[in-house]
Write a protein that binds this ligand. Structure first.
Ligand SMILES: *[C@@H]1O[C@H](CO)[C@@H](O)[C@H](O)[C@H]1NC(C)=O
Ligand SMILES: *[C@@H]1O[C@H](CO)[C@@H](O)[C@H](O)[C@H]1NC(C)=O
Ligand SMILES: *[C@@H]1O[C@H](CO)[C@@H](O)[C@H](O)[C@H]1NC(C)=O
Ligand SMILES: *[C@@H]1O[C@H](CO)[C@@H](O)[C@H](O)[C@H]1NC(C)=O
Ligand SMILES: *[C@@H]1O[C@H](CO)[C@@H](O)[C@H](O)[C@H]1NC(C)=O
Ligand SMILES: *[C@@H]1O[C@H](CO)[C@@H](O)[C@H](O)[C@H]1NC(C)=O
Ligand SMILES: *[C@@H]1O[C@H](CO)[C@@H](O)[C@H](O)[C@H]1NC(C)=O
Ligand SMILES: *[C@@H]1O[C@H](CO)[C@@H](O)[C@H](O)[C@H]1NC(C)=O
Ligand SMILES: *[C@@H]1O[C@H](CO)[C@@H](O)[C@H](O)[C@H]1NC(C)=O
Ligand SMILES: *[C@@H]1O[C@H](CO)[C@@H](O)[C@H](O)[C@H]1NC(C)=O
Length: 422
């Protein structure tokens, strides 16, 4: 055991008692009948002689009115589920320090406060549909999975001291104004979204996460983020400036529909193993924050009204490229050069600005007879914007083919290539 010398004997004894086989040390009155539901405070009081409870403690129903509490219990070897206790206004279990399973508080329409003042360890927390709650107290140090959804919380301070979790999902909390987390890693997914769109979000200790998606936040700070193992996405936020030190993204990087974004600085980013999508950020006119990006494992998609797109370090794009801007100041020259050098390896290539048309390259015979020319550059074909464009310029496309036909002819061409390669 990891107890240091000098710890009082009493503490050692109680620690040993806690660590002992709980099924044998817990009296039968502290063992919860499986499938049962507590519906009255008197039933909770029956557990007041128990330091440990074994089994799942389910609390629910409309006969628990006002306050309810679980006194004295320090440990639950099982889960604590408070679900659909429709008249419950407050709940407290302030001696409880550990729950081996989950702590779920769901569909508690009147619940205003929940207090778990000693709670340090839980596997999973779900606080879902708590429309009246304004405070949740905990002292959590260890947790795997956190989901806080559809609550009235303005902050989630009780969860700010955690250093590592598997999942962190905070969504649909319309009054949430702030998250200031000390998390250092998230081994599965970090999702913050659909909360009030004024939320300021800080994960300044986070070094890596498997997946990150932020939506509807007004600012985001990730001072130490160096790696995202899978995908990283910023969608529909009101963030004005996004400054990330991240060096590698193991999946797709998505920065889409952030209407206030004027500054994108990902100047340590060298590699993205999936696609890169930077699109519909209406105020982002100068995209110079991707200048160290060298490799893209998927396709490159940049769509918007930008006059600068600096991809000066780019050496390899495994997929195609679709770069479209309304600005005539951007020139496709450098991108076309990359394509010509086979740095852009995918079949589809579109580069378009406000002034010029689009081109598409098919890497082998484009739907015609000969498949044998496959990778030879003589198979290159150029089409005009009107036959393939599907995005921004459909209404003003001047070619004969209708805009609606465009994706079909594009997919047809891709399919033809696929067939030719068989
Ligand atoms: C706990 O005690 C029960 C009953 O004596 C036994 O079956 C079980 O294997 C024990 N578990 C552990 C982890 O020691
Ligand atoms: C919640 O409790 C109310 C009142 O006790 C009951 O009518 C309703 O069916 C319950 N809802 C669920 C989803 O269990
Ligand atoms: C990462 O996020 C993507 C997109 O949301 C999802 O498809 C994928 O399953 C996630 N992976 C993990 C391990 O959570
Ligand atoms: C993600 O990357 C970090 C940092 O390189 C590594 O320690 C971690 O094991 C990886 N996690 C997963 C789930 O692959
Ligand atoms: C952005 O949010 C609006 C409304 O909140 C929604 O209609 C739209 O689909 C969202 N866009 C994306 C890309 O998620
Ligand atoms: C981003 O952060 C780095 C390091 O803190 C700093 O040097 C750089 O100026 C910042 N960029 C923007 C656009 O704020
Ligand atoms: C890039 O990383 C270096 C150290 O690895 C750091 O000093 C610098 O601030 C980072 N730049 C940005 C823009 O975060
Ligand atoms: C950008 O916005 C247009 C029109 O609102 C939409 O059709 C397109 O799918 C969006 N692109 C991305 C990558 O979200
Ligand atoms: C594109 O941006 C320029 C300024 O950078 C602006 O004048 C113009 O209205 C924008 N066009 C569209 C279609 O958003
Ligand atoms: C486009 O270039 C012209 C000439 O260099 C410049 O005056 C204008 O400000 C630029 N527009 C944008 C949106 O960068």
């Amino acid at each position: 055991m990891q107890y240091k010398t000098g710890v009082a004997t009493a503490a050692l004894l109680s620690a040993t008692a806690l660590a002992a086989n709980s099924t044998t040390s817990v009296p039968s009155s502290c063992s919860i009948k499986s499938g049962s539901t507590v519906t009255a405070q008197a039933q909770l009081d029956q557990y007041s002689g128990c330091q440990s409870l074994v089994g799942d403690l389910n609390i629910g129903g409309d006969s628990l009115t006002g306050s309810a509490s679980l006194a004295n219990v320090e440990e639950i070897d099982g889960s604590l589920n408070v679900v659909n206790a429709t008249q419950l206004v407050s709940f407290a279990a302030d001696k409880l320090s550990s729950i081996s399973g989950s702590l779920s508080m769901k569909q508690l329409t009147l619940l205003q406060s929940a207090s778990f003042g000693s709670l340090q360890e839980v596997d999973t927390i779900q606080f879902i549909t708590l429309p009246a709650i304004s405070s949740i107290a905990t002292n959590l140090k260890s947790l795997n999975s956190l989901e806080i959804s559809d609550t009235n919380l303005e902050s989630i301070d009780g969860f700010n001291n955690l250093e590592t979790v598997t999942d962190f999902n905070v969504n649909n909390n319309k009054n949430l104004a702030k998250i200031d987390s000390k998390l250092k890693s998230v081994s599965d997914s970090l999702q913050v979204g659909y909360n009030g769109d004024e939320a300021d979000v800080k994960f300044d200790n986070l070094v890596w996460a498997n997946n990150i998606t932020l939506r509807d936040v007004s600012s985001a700070s990730f001072a130490k983020l160096t790696k995202v193992n899978q995908s990283l996405g910023f969608i529909n936020n009101s963030i004005e400036s996004l400054n990330l030190s991240v060096g590698t993204v193991g999946g797709t990087l998505t920065v889409v529909s952030n209407d206030d974004l004027t500054d994108l600085d990902f100047s340590n980013l060298t590699s993205v193993a999936g696609g890169v999508v930077v699109a519909n950020n209406s105020k982002l006119s100068n995209i110079d924050g991707l200048s160290k990006l060298q490799t893209i494992g998927g396709a490159l998609t940049v769509i918007g009204n930008f006059s600068v797109l600096d991809l000066d370090s780019l050496k390899s794009v495994k997929g195609g490229a679709d770069v479209e801007t309304k600005s005539s100041n951007y020139t496709c020259d450098s991108l076309k050069k990359l394509q010509k050098n086979n740095a852009i390896q995918g079949d589809a290539f579109v580069c378009k600005n406000g002034a010029t048309s689009t081109s598409i390259k098919l890497s082998s015979a484009s739907g015609s007879e000969t498949a044998s020319e496959s990778s030879a550059s003589s198979g290159t074909k150029t089409a005009t914007a009107s036959t393939i464009s599907s995005k921004s310029s459909s209404s003003k496309s001047s070619g004969g083919a209708g805009a609606q036909m465009a994706p079909v002819s594009f997919m047809g061409a891709v399919a033809a290539v696929a067939v030719a390669l068989l």
